[in-house]
Design a protein around this ligand. Sequence first.
Ligand code: PMP
Length: 438
Amino acid sequence: MNAPVKAHGANRTQTDELLERRANVFSRGMSAGQPVFAAKAKNSEIWDVEGRRFIDFGGGIAVLNTGHRHPTVMKRVYEQLDKYTHTCLMVTPYEPAVTLAEKLIAMAPISGPKKVMLVTTGAEAVENAIKVARASTGRSDVIVFNGAFHGRTLLTMAMTGKVVPYKSKFGPFPGGVWRVPYPIEHKGISADDTFEAFKWLFKTDVDPKNVAAIVIEPVQGEGGFYIASPEFLKRLRALCDEHGILLIADEIQTGFGRTGKWFAMEHAGVEPDLMTTAKSLAGGFPLAGVIGKAAIMDAPDPGGLGGTYAGNPVACAAALGVIEAFETEGLLEKSLKQGETIIKRLKAIKRRKEGRPIGDIRGLGGMTAFELVTSHGGSEPDPNAAKALAADCLERGLMILTCGVFGETVRLLAPLTIQPRVLKEGLDILEAALVAPK
Ligand code: PMP
């Protein structure tokens, strides 16, 4: 537990002052979830400007599978900083980007010749995957899922399936984006329901011949950590094949080892045509990419893809460090173990039936989550409890993030490099905040 923050100057803390300065200059639209200003971070811990220590189970939204400032990542970054930091990949290319592309191609669960394009953010990767799919198929439309999150640009907003806070006030959105339910068995939405919705969609709204791609998160991230089953993904692949539609896996949150495989689609043994990657790819540096079948990826004309900062060399060096850290420290294996430890612990806490009631508990490898509900044994979502739990944990020195269409889900994304004692300490705090809420 952190000591209370000491006030200084007119009884105000440095955090009070920074919060006020922040509010004066930042758009209201850019809200901050936590009233904590970072001063320093290492692996799974953050220290704030008041000297308080926090265990980080959020990873800056799923970016830190290798933790804050992993030594292998930092070594590569410092080396790169001493050479050059920007030449523009589209103007004067550089070796780290080529090596990274080769590695991404070797890792991606897609057979046959593959190619890559690099950009800077997740939303950009999704946008570019759609550009590539359109260029390759000569078709325009896209099908996505309820509860999906694909980014904050206008096309990716159109593809995102949650109104408040993402979409409200920002329409109209680009057309040609259609939506079907994501299968969530424990909420009464079956795989059959999804395929029934496709049948209706193709009869009532869009000719499948106009559909370039179906985009799916194999585990929904912001939407609530719902896991698409291997059977469902196989049926989806078959539907795509039947209609000549490309299957795009958005692996921005699920990827880079979070689920115990490099990419979550590997669990299902289903090959997408294209996939997006970002977040933990570069361990805290802005980098994203699209990986896909070479013939599809080569459909755009030269100069059709790119961006000034696309594939920044420092970020590429960081990504090479991330891959090295995974390989030398067995982090895929550690992800599976972390998932088991957390799920076991959550189940034990739920069985206590004390304090805040827990609903569904789920996970794929180290991508784990649980729901807060209004009563023990019940299933009515309780978003207020999730919010209160996050605030309570923060006060006790643990950072957690909520998610879910109904805001009732808490996701746990501890670095895969976390020391077992720190993981235990974090879970102890979580348990205390669940069973004895403040
Ligand atoms: N797709 C998925 C699955 C995501 O989780 C996110 C980010 N939460 C994005 C796309 C957008 O990434 P970015 O915020 O880097 O644009």
